[in-house]
Every structure is written in C-alpha cells, then in structure tokens.
Design a protein around this ligand. Structure first.
Ligand SMILES: [Zn+2]
Length: 424
C-alpha cells in the first residue's frame, strides 16, 4: 500500500505531545478507584466512575472547548474546528474498568485524545473539522450487560431502551445509574444521541503479546475478528448405571464429549493460526455418580477474521450435531453473532503514515477483543492504534505498558488526528 503524504503540521502536532504531562494525567485518572496492587476498580456509572467523570470535565476548559453528554451518558469534549458545520473527527475509548482492572484499558485512549488536544493548543494549530474526544459508557459490560453500550447506542439509538432496562447483579438499574452520571457533570451540554462522524480512531493497549514479542511500539489495527457463540444442549435419557446395558443407553455426556472432541479435531485440521474455537462451559445433568446423564449443555465460542471461515466451521458444527450425536438429539441456539469488522483503508493509511513518521517500529495486526471502534465502524470510517501490553496481561491489576510506548502511541495519534481533521 502506498501511504498518503501527511501535511507538514502533522509533524508539528506530533512534536508538541508532552510525554511527562500525558503520563501524569493518565496516573491522575488511575487514582479514581486505584488499588494498592496497582489495579483500578472503576466499574461503569458507579460513584467512583462519576467522580472520574467530574475530574475529566475539569481537564480541558477554554473558549475552543465544549463538554457534552448524551442519553447513553457518553461524555465527550469537542474542540472547535474552523468550519463548525463539518462532521468532526472523533477519538477516545472508555474510563470504566472490570471489577478489578488495570490502569490502562480504556483510560489510555481517552487521555491520549485529551493530550492531543493540548498538544494542538500548545502548537497553535487549528483544524478545519472539529475534534471530539469520547469517553464511551460501559464498554466493559461487567456491571451491566452487554458491553460497549455507549458506542453501540451511539451507532444505533434504537438499542438504548433495552440498555436502560439492564440491571446490575446487585439490582441497580442502568437507567437510574445513568441519571446519576448525567447529574454528576451538570456543566456538560446535553446533545442528542448519535451524530455524523468524519472518521474515528481509537488508541488502546493491545491486551495481547504480539507487539511486545515482535519488539514493536505501535500496532496499526486492520480488523476486529468476527465471533459466534452457540449454546448447545444434548438430550439423552437418564438410566441406572448398574442395571442398564451399555448398548441401549442414550448417554448425553458421552455424546457431548465425543462432539467436543470431533469438533476440536475438525478445527485443528484446518491448520489455520487465526481460528479460535473454545468450549468454556459444560454442564451435566443430573450430575449423579450412578446415573447415566440425560442432558448436557455446552457453549462454543468461535472466532476468525473471515466470515467464510466462520460459516464453514458453523456448518461443520451443525452437521456434527446431527451426524455424531449417536442415540442422542441436539439443540443449538445462537447466543451472539458479530461479523468481522474490517477497518477503513483510508484511515489505516493515515495511521500507518503517522506510525512511520514517529520513527518507531510498528506492524499491522488484528484485534482479538471487542472495542468501541467496532460499533463506530458501522457508522463511519474507523480504525485503531495499539501500543504493547507487558506480557499481554489485561483485565488484571498487573496490566502495564512502558511509558515510552504509551507516549509513542500519543505521538502517532496526534499526527493522525491532525491530518484527518484538517483534510477536506
Ligand atoms: Zn478497553
């Protein structure tokens, strides 16, 4: 791919990134819900997260800035462009964490966006289009399911009513907690949910080992892989373990175990390094030592970058459920399906040119995890930028990234956002 030429001011924007200031701000955010072990407990819409929101809106103030909020409690700052009628360039991520998460997952992308705006101010650079830095609501999905509610509702506002009805395991309603979050930042101007976006770029830690293993500081993320979840029930017949001859049994456990084994063999036979096939739940009924099992439920999590491979593996699965269940019968229910998300070639070109401009080692890679960018890709040209995760650890208090890598990512983001926001 021939990379696009970046405007000269992209270098100016990149050089204006203040690394120590950025790291200090990122550490300041990590104190909201910060733990002694270095982790952060800041689940979506909790009091702790609301305090972090209040801190966030104090970070950028000035005539060129406006803080905004919408019905999904997405919180963002908009830096005015020279033409306020043009669709903004958008960046950001999320500030909620897992019950015990790391200090970088999500927070990195939000604070990287704020640092880019500060760098543009310091460099005296304006942009043709406005730039918006988003903190999407409830990306993690641990307190309220499903995850990525804010970005998902932004992409399709008809999803919001279902989300508002969601309840936490403690019985807190999403709608009530959302209202608290909105009340926590009264200075933020309320805007309708969803608007036109020129392009979206999300910076995030990799949460995997690829960049660290390869010695790269930056990752240009070209896609998020597709996923399908299935809930499979094998129906047999319970029988006395001592009196029922082997030949006449309908043993649901034996059939399920055999299916899992055959499907695993079929997946391995494809010799495809990108294929992920996981049985993570397996429930046996009645679960008695001296009774033949009459029912087994198990789940399948299937992932791949290509829809055609997902189709082929699903066909293998459905054929096996009929052909290989022996004397038993199988039901298969879809729990979730999401097509692979390819990112936009034009945005990727700018990102890669920006990565090159930093002079840091970089590579292209795919994302195995979901991100808010997945939903933004439904409504605008989108892409992601990764920085390494130490030993690939994430969703864990030990999550970490060297400061130099964190700063390299912000420098690439600055050149990218300036280029996209100053273009036609
Ligand atoms: Zn995240």
């Amino acid at each position: 791919m021939t990379l696009p030429a970046l405007p000269p001011q992209a270098s100016t924007a990149m050089s204006a990134v203040n690394g120590p200031r950025f790291v200090a701000d990122l550490r300041a955010l990590s104190r909201f819900g910060g733990r002694d072990d270095g982790g952060v407990s800041r689940e979506a819409l909790t009091d702790t997260e609301c305090q972090a929101r209040q801190w966030l809106v104090q970070q950028l103030q000035g005539a060129q800035y406006q803080w905004r909020v919408d019905d999904a409690a997405n919180l963002w700052v908009r830096r005015a462009g020279r033409d306020e009628n043009l669709a903004p360039v958008m960046t950001g991520s999320h500030i909620d964490t897992q019950p015990v998460g790391g200090w970088l997952d999500g927070a990195y992308g939000v604070m990287a966006g704020l640092e880019v705006l500060r760098a543009l101010d310091d460099a005296g650079l304006s942009t043709r289009r406005p730039i918006e830095v988003m903190a999407w609501t409830n990306e993690e999905g641990s307190r309220f399911g499903p995850g990525a509610m804010g970005s998902s509702a932004f992409a399709d506002a008809t999803r919001l009513p279902t989300f508002l009805a969601a309840k936490s395991p403690q019985g807190d309603a999403f709608a009530t907690e959302r209202d608290k979050a909105l009340a926590a930042t009264p200075s933020a101007v309320h805007h309708p949910l969803g608007h036109a976006v020129h392009a979206y770029v999300e910076a995030h830690i990799e949460q995997g080992p690829v960049l660290e293993d390869g010695g790269q500081r930056l990752g240009v993320v070209t896609f998020i892989q597709g996923v399908r979840w299935f809930d499979i029930t094998v129906h047999g017949s319970s029988a006395h373990a001592g009196t029922t001859p082997m030949g006449v049994r309908q043993d649901a456990l034996l059939a399920a175990a055999s299916l899992v084994h055959r499907l695993h063999a079929a997946a391995m036979a494809r010799q495809d390094p990108d294929l992920r096939w996981t049985v993570g739940r397996f429930e046996v009924s009645p679960g008695s030592v001296n009774t033949v099992a009459d029912r087994v439920r198990f789940t399948v999590d299937l992932r791949h970058p290509q829809e055609a491979v997902l189709d082929a593996m699903e066909a293998t699965l459905r054929t096996a459920l009929v052909a290989d269940a022996g004397a038993c019968r199988c039901d298969c229910r879809d729990l979730m399906r999401r097509a692979p998300t390819p990112f936009d070639p034009r945005v990727l070109g700018v990102l890669e040119a920006a990565a090159q401009l930093t002079g840091e080692p970089y590579r292209q890679l795919g994302s195995g995890a979901f991100h808010d960018a997945m939903y933004l890709a439904d409504v605008c040209p989108a892409a992601m930028l990764f920085v390494p995760s130490h030993r690939g650890i994430s969703h864990n208090a030990a999550e970490d990234t060297p400061e130099a890598d964190l700063i390299a990512g912000v420098r690439a983001l600055a050149a990218t956002l300036f280029t996209l926001a100053d273009a036609n």
